[in-house]
Design a protein around this ligand. Structure first.
Ligand code: AMP
Ligand code: TRP
Length: 340
């Protein structure tokens, strides 16, 4: 049997090189591997927990869908869909919420960070966020979940919730999901400060390469990227964070081991190295941004792809929720299930 993979990404504006190398590319690799059944979800219901502007939700959902397709997610081989189009996530969320002790949620670091000082004013949805995340995964009985390091705690909680459900209802309905945390290119740093993560929330657009940047913009950002005055390029994040970050980016884009790339540029000048990096980045990334623009210009096509993905996702999640409803004693869609 092929192992089922599930992962989710929030529909936010400004996907960048860090998202691509740290997350999206792993999704594409798992899809291309052929040994997995991959289910990828744009988690708009999670985004609602921190929504700033209502108009943004729709545009960002399309933007992330286009980015995933442009980066190589193939809706024929993977299931790509939007969370709110599959009601089973919200249905399962409720049931799981009823086996999750508050004490577990109180330990979640992300809630503390996002709620900030105003805990009393934070919405219930933000608190329940990791329960919905568990529902995302468990609605498909997925066992492998590729995520960034920061999601480890949520994944442990998802496992605990699956176990708590199984124990409470005396079943082995849910398999325990495992995080798949890939160390390589796990942290791409800012182009302006090699000690800070490349992030969409950085005020300076020069700090990141966006997936929507065209060739000229990519070239400009690399040319302006912070450098140091040491001759030669080598990896030493402590003393040369910027050079190290650019080497990491080069190796990740070239899909070559870092040590090999380091060997090649050990005596190169910063400007020569940057010229080569620009060439590589433009070759790899400009086609993605061009494809993204094409896809974004055709929303009806995106709607069709996502509707088909939602239909396929539902075909898996529906029977799981039915099974869950049966296990907890709900009558379910068929009613009277005991007697049939
Ligand atoms: P975010 O944009 O922070 O919601 O992250 C979406 C996904 O991209 C998560 O899986 C993150 O771990 C990953 N990610 C975000 N920023 C970076 C970065 N600078 N380097 C590597 N991965 C990142
Ligand atoms: N919380 C995840 C993040 O912010 C996104 C997410 C939602 C997710 N549901 C998921 C990731 C299920 C993996 C599995 O990155």
């Amino acid at each position: 049997m092929t192992a089922r993979v599930f992962s989710g990404i929030q529909p936010t504006h400004g996907l960048h090189l860090g998202n691509y190398l740290g997350a999206i590319r792993q999704w594409v690799r798992l899809q291309d591997d052929g040994r997995y059944e991959c289910i990828y979800c744009i988690v708009d219901q999670h985004a609602l927990t921190t929504l700033q502007k209502r108009e943004d939700m729709r545009a960002h959902t399309y933007e992330v869908a286009a980015a995933l397709l442009a980066c190589g997610i193939d809706p024929e081989r993977a299931i790509l869909f939007v969370q709110s189009q599959v009601p089973e996530h919200a249905m399962l969320h409720w049931v799981l919420g009823c086996v999750t002790p508050l004490g577990w949620l109180n330990r979640m670091v992300q809630f503390k960070e996002k709620a900030g000082k105003d805990r009393e004013g934070a919405p219930l949805g933000l608190y329940a966020y990791p329960v919905l995340q568990a529902a995302d995964i468990l609605a498909y009985k997925a066992v492998l979940v590729p995520v960034g390091e920061d999601q480890k705690q949520h994944l442990e909680l998802a496992r605990d919730i699956a176990g708590a459900f199984n124990r409470k209802f005396g079943t082995d309905l849910f398999p325990l999901p495992e995080p798949l945390i890939l160390p390589e290119a796990a942290r791409i740093m800012s182009l302006r400060d090699g000690t800070r993560k490349m992030s969409k929330s950085d005020a300076s657009d020069m700090s990141r390469i966006n997936l929507t940047d065209d060739a000229d913009t990519i070239a400009l950002k690399i040319r302006r990227a912070k450098s140091d005055s040491t001759l030669g390029i080598w990896y030493d994040p402590e003393t040369r964070p910027e050079a190290s970050n650019l080497l990491t980016i080069y190796a990740a884009l070239a899909e070559r081991p870092r040590s090999e790339v380091e060997e090649e540029f050990r005596s190169a000048s910063f400007s020569a190295f940057k010229a080569r990096l620009t060439e590589l980045a433009v070759t790899k990334l400009a086609p993605i941004s061009a494809r993204m623009r094409e896809l974004l210009a055709d929303r009806p096509m995106l709607d069709r792809v996502l509707a088909r993905g939602a239909e396929r996702a539902r075909a898996i999640a529906r029977p799981v929720v039915e099974e869950v409803y049966g296990a907890v004693g709900f009558l379910g869609a068929g009613g009277e299930r005991e007697r049939s």
